[in-house]
Design a protein around this ligand. Structure first.
Ligand code: MRU
Length: 395
C-alpha cells in the first residue's frame, strides 16, 4: 500500500492536538488544496491501484492511499477509509476490476472461478450498504454476459464497466441535487446527518447535492450538520466539506436536533441512505431515525436522497436489512484522550438504523421523487430507469 500526505499535519488524534493541528491547517489553508479538489475514489490503472482519501484521518491529514492488494482494499472498506454507500460501490467496482486484472487463466471457467472468489471476498467487507453488492453484481453480469470472450477481453470489459459505474455516480448525484433543490427555497434551514457528501460519492454527494447546487444559485441555505456519534462523520467530514466549500454550516451534537427544529430553524432534512427496502423503509447511519421521529413532531419533511443503486426491491421491509454491528471501542475509547466508559461495560454499537417509511416525506432519486405509498412509487422509479436504459440502447 502506498500513501502520501498532502500536508505535514500531525497524525496524533488526541482532542488537544486535534484543535491545534486544525488551527494550523486553517492557517495554512491558502497553501493547501481544498478537500473538494480531491477525488474521493479513483482508479490508477497504470499502477493497478485503487486511489482513495483515507477518511479516518480527516480533517487533519489528507492522506492519499494507493491500494493494490485485495486485503488492503477490503480493510479500507471495513475500516471506513473509504465509506458512504455510493463510494463503497465505486471502490468495489474498481477493486474487483483490479482483482480480475491479476487473474491468470486460460479458460473462461477458470477465470470466472477466480473472479467469483475475489467477488465474495470483497462482498464480505461490510453488510448494510447495498451498493457494495450492487456494484459487484453489475461487474459479475459483465463477465456472465460475455462467455465467448477471451480473458484479456473480459478484463477490458470490466475496466470499462468500473469506469462507467464511477462516471454514472456523478450524473446520479447531480440529478438528485436538482430534484432535491425543487423541494426547498432560498434561505431555508436544512439539517443533515452523517456524511452523504462528496466524500461519500464520486462527486456532489447525495444529501449535499441540493446544498452545493443551491450555493451555485445563491440560495443561502443555513445548514445544520449532526456530529454523528460514534465515528463523527458529520463533524469530521460533512462540516469539513461544507465549510471548505463556503456554505453556511453549523455543527450540532446528535442530541440537539429537537432544539434546532423546535426553534424553527430547520425547513427540511436531507439524508443519504445505505439501503432502501421495497416499502421505503430506509437504513442509514445510526441516529437517522431519531432525527426523522423528531422531525415528524415538528412538521419538518425528511427527504431520503437515494440513488437507485441504493434501492433494493429484493428487500421487502426494513426488518430484512442486515444492520452492521461495530466494535465497542468506537463508543468507549475512540477520539478520547482516556477511555470514557467503565472497563467491561456492555456496549451496543449498530452502525445503522432503519427509518420507517411513514416518517419519510419523499425519496429523491435520479429518476424523480418517490412519494408514499413507496411500494408503488419505487416500482415506477425503476420502470423509468428501465425505459431510459432501453432508449439509450436503441440510439
Ligand atoms: O458508516 P458510513 O460512514 O459508511 O455510513 C454512511 C452513511 O450512513 C451515509 O449516509 C450513506 O452511506 C449515504 S452516502 C451518500
Amino acid at each position: 500500500m502506498a500513501c502520501y500526505h498532502s500536508n505535514g499535519n500531525s497524525k496524533d488524534s488526541s482532542p488537544a492536538v486535534q484543535n491545534d493541528s486544525l488551527k494550523k491547517g486553517r492557517m495554512n489553508m491558502s497553501e493547501k488544496k481544498s478537500i473538494m479538489d480531491y477525488e474521493t475514489v479513483a482508479l490508477n490503472d497504470e499502477k493497478s491501484a485503487l486511489v482513495i482519501i483515507d477518511q479516518t484521518q480527516l480533517p487533519y491529514n489528507t492522506e492519499i492511499l494507493e491500494l493494490t492488494k485485495q486485503e488492503d482494499i477490503w480493510d479500507a472498506i471495513y475500516l471506513l477509509k473509504v465509506r458512504g454507500a455510493p463510494a463503497i460501490g465505486v471502490a468495489a467496482a474498481i477493486g474487483i476490476y483490479l482483482a480480475a486484472k491479476e487473474i491468470k487463466a486460460d479458460t473462461y471457467d477458470d477465470f470466472y472461478k477466480q473472479f467469483t472468489k475475489a467477488k465474495e471476498y470483497l462482498a464480505s467487507a461490510r453488510p448494510t450498504a447495498v451498493n457494495l453488492f450492487w456494484a459487484l453484481d453489475r461487474m459479475d453480469e459483465v463477465v456472465k454476459a460475455n462467455t465467448d470472450k477471451s480473458v484479456p477481453e473480459l478484463k477490458e470489459l470490466l475496466h470499462k464497466e468500473a469506469v462507467e459505474i464511477k462516471e454514472e455516480d456523478i450524473w446520479v448525484c447531480k440529478t438528485i441535487g436538482e430534484y432535491g433543490l425543487s423541494l426547498v427555497k432560498p434561505g431555508d434551514g436544512l439539517l443533515t446527518h452523517c456524511n452523504a457528501g462528496q466524500l461519500a460519492t464520486a462527486k456532489y454527494g447525495t444529501a449535499t447535492a441540493p446544498m452545493y447546487l443551491g450555493q451555485e444559485r445563491g440560495y443561502n441555505f443555513k445548514i445544520f450538520a449532526d456530529e454523528t456519534r460514534p465515528l463523527l462523520q458529520g463533524a469530521r467530514l460533512t462540516a469539513y466539506e461544507l465549510h471548505e466549500s463556503g456554505l453556511d454550516v453549523t455543527l450540532i451534537c446528535d442530541n440537539m436536533s429537537a432544539t434546532v427544529m423546535k426553534n424553527g430553524w430547520v425547513n427540511a432534512v436531507f439524508v443519504g441512505c445505505d439501503r432502501v427496502a421495497a416499502n421505503g423503509d430506509t437504513a442509514n447511519k445510526i441516529g437517522t431515525s431519531v432525527v426523522a421521529t423528531v422531525a415528524k413532531r415538528y412538521n419538518v419533511p425528511v427527504y431520503i436522497c437515494a440513488p437507485t443503486s441504493t434501492i433494493d426491491l429484493n428487500t421487502k421491509t426494513g426488518a430484512d436489512i442486515h444492520i452492521e454491528q461495530r466494535p465497542a471501542e468506537e463508543v468507549t475509547e475512540m477520539w478520547y484522550k482516556k477511555r470514557m466508559a467503565p472497563e467491561g461495560v456492555k456496549v451496543f454499537n449498530p452502525a445503522f438504523d432503519v427509518t420507517d417509511n411513514d416518517l419519510i416525506a419523499g425519496i429523491v432519486t435520479e429518476y424523480g421523487i418517490a412519494r408514499a405509498p413507496y411500494t408503488e412509487s419505487l416500482k415506477e422509479i425503476f420502470a423509468k430507469k428501465e425505459a431510459a436504459k432501453a432508449a439509450k440502447t436503441a440510439k
